[in-house]
Ligand binder design. Structure first.
Ligand code: ASP
Ligand code: MG
Length: 428
């Protein structure tokens, strides 16, 4: 059976009008067999994250945050359905699961609670979407992805158990699609073998689509987004960006590794392993070709710029001024791995070791505690990491304007630099 995998992100289902647009796209697919992965609606995941932290901090506002999330979902359902009572009951039951947690004292860890609460966003959006499809005559069935996408117990950053997942995906999805045209299921979430809900990391729905595409040997994978396709830079930050029509898997992996937000970095590898073509397509212009990510055909690329904001540089030296050598580095990297801190850039000099990491107060605090016995650490905050692929000297020059460069690395076709803004002095 030829199966296409579609992924719709939060923006494409943020309100009733957008959901109707998704309905139109799906009607246009006729009897094509589609597995559809959906994210939580709009900014729901951020709002649910607030529920988690308010609950853990025992803030009083926790109930009102949850109430407003519920209200938004109910309002959208009311706009989509003539008789929304069935859908309202379904989504109410899901929100009740959060209320039960909130009724209790906090006795589980942050990461575990996070996954149990935040995952409701995807469960709700997928129910609304599936019910809407049925109301407009698209033959679709809702599937709980936690029955087939099995992970370890690393809450908030769960790793997929590929063998079990592949077996379950193959056993479940094709047979549902014998009778139906569409399976609607959730991105971002999975389950441990003990049936505890897990999540794959923020923006993980793309990766979910990649996992299912791989396990299904999909015909193709389609990520529907609010941009025309993959662009040479974020149009919110740059003028005159170029639309890239075709990318190799390798280039896409590099771009996302350096922080391009267009696709989750883990998405591409499973597709590349099976040469499954992937399309990034604009949901408001379904006929346009978007961007195709596929095998390399000697494509040449324009300069591509990726900006990672909120960087901090940690300058780490030993307390006794001895060299930072293998023994120290292995200790340091053990700590980084333990706290799941990703090193975006690094440099070793005689007496110090410098790393650029994303600013995350909780993680940095625990790292510093671990380092304090052996190391002295100086921190530079409020920095940006700029990556330029396929750079030209002109682009380099313009990116350096008004910046102090604290760390720079130049490879064959990539320049990376950690910078701070300097106010440009002009003569009076
Ligand atoms: N809803 C999740 C998030 O906002 C997953 C996703 O959108 O990909 O991170
Ligand atoms: Mg999203």
């Amino acid at each position: 059976m030829e199966i296409k995998v579609f992924k719709f992100g939060g923006a494409s289902v943020r309100d009733a009008e957008q959901i109707k647009n998704v309905g139109k796209i799906m009607s246009g697919e006729g009897s094509n067999k589609i597995t559809l992965i959906v994210s939580a609606m709009g900014k729901t995941t951020n709002a649910l994250e607030k529920v988690v932290s308010s609950y853990i901090n025992q803030d009083e506002e926790v109930r009102s945050i949850l109430e407003s999330i519920k209200r938004d979902h109910f309002a959208i359902a009311a706009e989509l359905f003539e008789d929304p009572s069935d859908v309202l009951a379904l989504i109410n039951d899901l929100f009740v699961e959060i209320e039960w947690i909130l009724d209790d004292e906090v006795h589980d860890g942050y990461d575990y609670l996070y996954d149990q609460i935040v995952s409701i966003g995807e469960l709700v959006s997928s129910h609304i979407l599936n019910s809407y499809f049925n109301s407009i005559g698209v033959k679709s069935t809702w599937l709980d992805i936690r029955d087939i996408l099995i992970t370890d117990e690393a809450y908030r950053e769960a790793k997929v158990n590929w063998d079990i997942t592949a077996e379950k995906v193959k056993a479940v999805i094709p047979s549902i699609l014998e009778e139906n045209d569409v399976v609607v299921t959730q991105g971002f979430i999975g389950s441990t073998q003990e049936n505890n809900t897990t999540t794959l990391g923020r923006e993980g729905s793309d990766y979910s689509a990649g996992i299912l595409s791989y396990c299904l040997d999909a015909h193709s994978m389609h990520i529907w987004k609010d941009v025309p396709g993959v662009l040479s830079a974020d149009p919110a930050q740059f003028n005159n960006v170029t639309h890239i029509e075709r990318l190799s898997y390798k280039e896409a992996v590099e771009m996302t590794y350096y922080g391009a937000k267009v696709i989750h970095p883990k998405t591409i590898k499973p597709l590349q392993n099976k040469s499954i073509p992937m399309y990034v397509r604009p949901f408001n212009d379904p006929l346009s070709s978007g961007t195709l990510i596929a095998d390399d055909t000697g494509i040449s690329y324009p300069p591509v710029i990726v900006i990672e904001p909120n960087q901090c540089l940690l300058h780490i030296s030993t307390n006794d001024f001895s060299f930072v050598a293998e023994y120290h580095l292995s200790m340091l990297f053990d700590l980084l791995a333990k706290h799941r801190i990703k090193v975006n850039m690094m440099r070793n000099t005689a007496i110090s070791f410098t790393i650029s990491i994303n600013h995350d107060d909780r993680k940095i605090k625990s790292l510093l505690e671990g380092l304090s016995s052996e190391f002295k650490v100086i921190i530079d905050n409020n920095l940006e990491l700029i990556t330029i692929r396929h750079y030209t000297l002109d682009v380099l020059k313009s990116m350096k304007k008004g910046k102090v460069i604290l760390l720079e690395e130049r490879l064959k076709d990539t320049v990376r630099m950690v910078v701070r803004d300097v106010p440009l002095m002009t003569r009076k």
